[in-house]
Design a protein around this ligand. Structure first.
Ligand SMILES: NC(=O)c1ccc[n+]([C@@H]2O[C@H](COP(=O)([O-])OP(=O)(O)OC[C@H]3O[C@@H](n4cnc5c(N)ncnc54)[C@H](OP(=O)(O)O)[C@@H]3O)[C@@H](O)[C@H]2O)c1
Length: 377
């Protein structure tokens, strides 16, 4: 009996440790209001993306849910309007596996939406499922599609600066290793898929790093966010049906809720005072160091060039600072000093000094440039 009690006590203690160190997510405490601002969240019909979009809508943003399924996207928009009490939640079609769909989304968005203040690349896949493509589908959905979308929307982000781009990455990047000679090779079998997932999440971090360099001085900042281990459909949807009844309760016990997973992406989108950390990787609502492969500036630049080719980015499509073909009523950079009456000022958007992060203990991105000889992985 005593041994049983001791065993139960140990198990409970172990769970409390796991819960407080892994499961419980620190909350994003930024109090920015987003009234008058527009946010795009990709893959917002489920999981982390849906909870991210909900919080943005609660803060008054116009939120565009960019999802591949009309049915799931419309249903999510309906739920979010109900839950947030904000009618400005709309659905637009975006399939990141298709470059044509990314372009069509960008064209539709730019012609109908005058503002873009926050772009959150949340959509992602961990497996190709039954799909067989002649290219690396995981890299396409998790990195190339978001890369192209960012390029096509950059001019609007610049016009609305200060604006932010958040890429939902993963701690799995630590296992990533980019082989530039096989970047776009089709992925076959679960082992290759696991590897390709980690590679694509490393690509997210290198992309954000290079993007921050290219956007210096534009007022757009960008961040890579790890949501933590989250109880979503990301991996479970690919598990054999007979395993699900076993795995679901376990996942419920040891993984974060999607709402918990949304906290770090939200922190990167909303927290005031983190602009000097543009280009960095965040987890648990704080900046974290990444391994050498993820802070290799040469690899980041090489990936950028390779991504331009894989996204078939035309010569005139890489946005230059200041260029935009937006409708007349979009905010212009000069509107920062004389904001639209009902729009928040910069300090209203990122207002509270007492909740600003302590930047004194972190290295600025530019201070941790990798040694030239550092291998990619
Ligand atoms: N869950 C975790 O433990 C974890 C950990 C680290 C990082 N992450 C990252 O967090 C992000 C969100 O994942 P989640 O856990 O919330 O998973 P999820 O519930 O499976 O959500 C993924 C979302 O991406 C969408 N999506 C998939 N393929 C798409 C495509 N081709 N075009 C447009 N949208 C597409 C999905 O739409 P459908 O519903 O139509 O499939 C879904 O809305 C991912 O980037 C993932 O890598 C998750």
């Amino acid at each position: 009996m005593e041994a049983l009690l001791l065993g139960a006590g140990l198990l409970l203690g172990a769970y409390v440790l796991v819960y407080y160190n892994l499961v419980k997510a620190p909350l994003c405490r930024g109090i920015a209001s987003l009234r008058g601002r527009t946010a795009v969240v990709t893959g917002a019909n489920s999981g982390i993306g849906k909870m991210t979009a909900l919080e943005l809508a609660r803060r008054g943003a116009r939120v565009v849910l960019a999802c591949r399924s009309r049915e799931r996207g419309e249903a999510a928009a309906f739920d979010l309007r109900q839950e947030s009490g904000n009618n400005e939640v709309i659905f637009m079609t975006l399939d990141l596996a298709s470059l044509a769909s990314v372009r069509a989304f960008a064209t539709a968005f730019l012609s109908s939406e005058p503002r873009l203040d926050v772009l959150i690349h949340n959509a992602g896949i961990s497996s190709c499922g039954r799909t067989r493509e002649p290219f690396n589908l995981l890299l396409r959905v998790n990195h190339i599609g978001p890369f192209l979308l960012t390029q096509l929307l950059l001019s609007r982000l610049k016009t609305c600066a200060p604006s932010r781009v958040v890429v939902v990455s993963s701690a799995a990047h630590r296992r990533g290793c980019l082989d530039f000679t096989r970047l776009n090779h089709p992925v076959v079998g679960w082992q290759q898929e696991l590897r390709a997932y980690a590679d694509s999440k490393l690509a997210n971090i290198l992309f954000v790093r290079e993007l921050a360099t290219q956007l210096e001085g534009t007022g757009i900042t960008c961040y890579a966010a790890h949501p933590g281990p989250v109880n979503s459909e990301l991996f479970l949807r690919h598990v054999p049906g007979w395993l699900c009844p076993l795995l679901r309760p376990l996942a419920w016990l040891v993984l974060r809720t999607p709402r918990g997973g949304a906290q770090t992406p939200l922190y990167c989108a909303l927290q005031e005072g983190i602009e000097p950390l543009s280009g960095r990787y965040f987890a648990n609502c704080r900046v974290e160091e990444v391994p050498p492969a993820a802070r290799d500036d040469r690899a980041a630049h090489r990936l950028w060039e390779a991504s331009k080719r894989l996204a078939r980015l035309g010569p005139g499509e890489e946005a230059e600072p200041g260029e935009d073909s937006q409708p007349e009523d979009a905010g212009s950079p000069s509107s920062l000093s004389t904001p639209h009456p009902e729009e928040p000022t910069v300090s209203e958007l990122y207002p509270s000094p007492q909740s600003s992060p302590d930047l004194s203990k972190v290295t600025c991105r530019s201070q941790i440039k990798a040694e030239p000889e550092t291998p990619t992985c």
